[in-house]
Write a protein that binds this ligand. Structure first.
Ligand code: GLY
Length: 322
């Protein structure tokens, strides 16, 4: 008899016109890491994921929901002035303004998002309010800022002296600034009863064109959660992720039987095949499935992700495609 997962995955691959470079016999792919059944799992991007994971874990321990936990986790990165790619301390756009993007998804599949919002320290919490208090999924720019202020979020200057200096230095070198890559935080968590939520927040590419929005606030691109299957988040050059709807693709591949590592790798294969790449381009995916298996994968060497699982919070070097 044909294995059903194998059949579904092969059918999906055929319909999408791709070949599967991996063996789909096992739901735990080689390289995917497993958690003990019934224990929380939190996975997030880069080394700033370590304190974010810890905050998420503590939130769960103190009785918070998995949604509370993922929000609490990424708020740590948003408030850290030493992270030049998220929230306060993020590099500004080409005009010197810090603009932020964020989104959140809960186990019911509900979602909220803000894009190109200024002077608000915690866009992830505004995204949650969009989800919980409006009939919409996404608010952008001035509308998002007005909504945030109405909800009691204070306006704050997010441009730190360090980020300002970096922008001024770049400006002194050339008038037309080129965007530079950066390290978004995406975090996906599962509580002990198996419910999954995710959050993603960023200041976007440094020195980006004013008005530019990346993948991070786009549901399905920077983040996707399906509580029946798992969740995924992206970091890196947002345009590549947006053109391939990367996090949704990772979750759909897992739905059809791929383990987290195979799913992340196949989503990166999609980028490699479909999108012209330059040497600046990096993308990293993290994924968590319903069984608590996790993985990360990146386009080029250099991406690390943080995993809190089985009581241990540690950094893992992701394998790379190129
Ligand atoms: N991945 C974040 C961005 O491109 O803005």
């Amino acid at each position: 008899m044909i294995d059903r997962r194998k059949f579904l995955l092969s059918s999906l691959a055929a319909s999408l016109g791709v070949t599967l470079p991996y063996n789909v016999k096992s739901s735990v792919a080689p390289g995917s890491l497993s958690a003990a059944p019934g224990s929380p799992v939190i996975i997030s991007t880069w080394d700033h994921g370590i304190p974010a994971n810890e905050a998420a874990y503590q939130s769960l321990l103190s009785g918070g929901s998995i949604l509370d936990a993922v929000e609490a986790g990424v708020r740590i990165s948003e408030a850290d002035p030493d992270i030049g790619s998220v929230g306060y301390g993020g590099l500004p756009d080409a005009d010197g303004n810090v603009t932020l993007d964020a989104c959140i998804m809960d186990p019911s599949g509900d979602a909220g998002s803000v894009a190109c919002i200024k002077e608000i320290m915690h866009p992830i919490s505004v995204a949650r309010k969009v989800m919980e208090k409006t009939p919409h999924v996404m608010l952008v720019g001035e509308g998002a800022q007005k909504f945030a202020e109405k909800e009691g979020f204070p306006r704050e200057n997010l441009l730190t002296p360090r980020a300002k200096k970096a922008w001024e230095k770049e400006k002194a070198l050339k008038n037309n600034l080129s965007p530079v890559g950066h390290d978004t935080i995406g975090l996906v968590g599962m509580d002990k009863s198996g419910d999954i939520a995710g959050a993603c927040t960023t200041s976007g590419l440094g020195f980006k064109m004013p008005g530019r929005v990346g993948d991070s606030p786009i549901i399905g691109a920077g983040l996707y959660v399906d509580n029946e299957v798992g969740g995924a988040a992206a970091t890196g050059w947002g345009e590549l992720v947006m053109k391939t709807l990367g996090s949704f693709l990772v979750v759909e591949l897992m739905r059809n039987g791929a383990g987290p590592e195979e799913a992340c790798r196949e989503a990166l294969e999609r980028i490699r095949r479909k999108v012209p790449l330059d040497s600046e381009h990096q993308v990293g995916y993290i994924a968590l499935n319903k069984s608590g298996n996790t993985a990360g994968y990146c386009l080029r060497e250099g991406f690390e992700y943080a995993l809190h699982s089985n009581g241990k919070n540690h950094l893992i070097k992701a394998p790379s495609l190129l």
